[in-house]
Write a protein that binds this ligand. Sequence first.
Ligand code: PMP
Length: 354
Amino acid sequence: MKKHNFSAGPCILPQSVFKEASQAVLDFNNSGLSILEISHRSKDFVAVMDEAQALVIDLLKLEGKGYKALFLQGGASTQFLMTAYNLLENKAAYLNTGTWSSKAIKEAKMFGSVEEVASSADKNFNYIPKNYSIPADADYFHCTSNNTIFGTQIKEFPTTTTPLVCDMSSDIFSRELDFSKFDIIYAGAQKNMGPAGTTLVVIKEDILGKVSRQIPSMLDYKTHISKDSMFNTPPVFAVYTSMLTLRWLKEKGGIAGIQKLNEEKAALLYAEIDRNPLFEGFAAVEDRSIMNATFNLKDEKLKDLFEDLVKAAGINGINGHRSVGGYRASMYNALPKESVQTLITVMKELETQA
Ligand code: PMP
């Protein structure tokens, strides 16, 4: 039986993508060759890379605006240092909204001075700080759009003339934003885009070339831009599967189409968390993420019963991250509404049995 998969990432992808990707492992484009055994410089793979990059720019509505989409390796974690390596000359401003922001700050400190403009560490990151100001002399401002672990999400980004860098690992392609406000957007593929193994970096080319330090080739965005993401062997399978997922998203009506579904799924689950007297939400209501819903049982004694019901319903991956505890239901783009309904049924069943 196919599970209802609420994993935080790697996570569920569209079933049609799983099928198509597995077919390509056996025979890619009726070539008599597997996607895993062809050259990344072959015509067929170059077409995959081109299509994947074009779909990113198209879906984010960045056509003709000076952006380049790169498929790199090393995870979003490498972007923590690469962004600073390429952009930080004197000072950078960071918003600290959780574990991943903190890690980004730690890396950036190796390259210059870092001003933490605000932090929600005082309440275990259960909210998004507001009303902070960004110093005028900052080379860039960095934020994390969606905090995967804590279940909070930035709803409004600051209006500033300072270049904006955003880690969108866990909500890229899930909601419409004016993506042209950002100078660098990065995201590990393994939530809304594809399997683990590639990292999407969307970069406004004119942001580069302003630091005086030398940058090693592999860590220099310019290298990857000039070689169209083919400076070294790209992660072919991860890029191919991402391309299939982006095609699927386009067919679903793009980001606007999926946002509607994502909002419906999140509204259903949060309504049950708020209604059901056995549960309480973790994140501040106005900052709740539509991707990762974090919640707790009010009475820990019901843990075993709840988890037995969860298991019996074929639900996978709702245990909260160790730094928050409780539960986290990740409702990425490919998670069907029925899975959310199944979880809600289990929460109601607990109320009946408790
Ligand atoms: N940023 C965010 C918001 C994340 O959720 C994650 C991983 N879950 C990371 C960064 C780190 O990504 P990676 O494992 O690809 O380095």
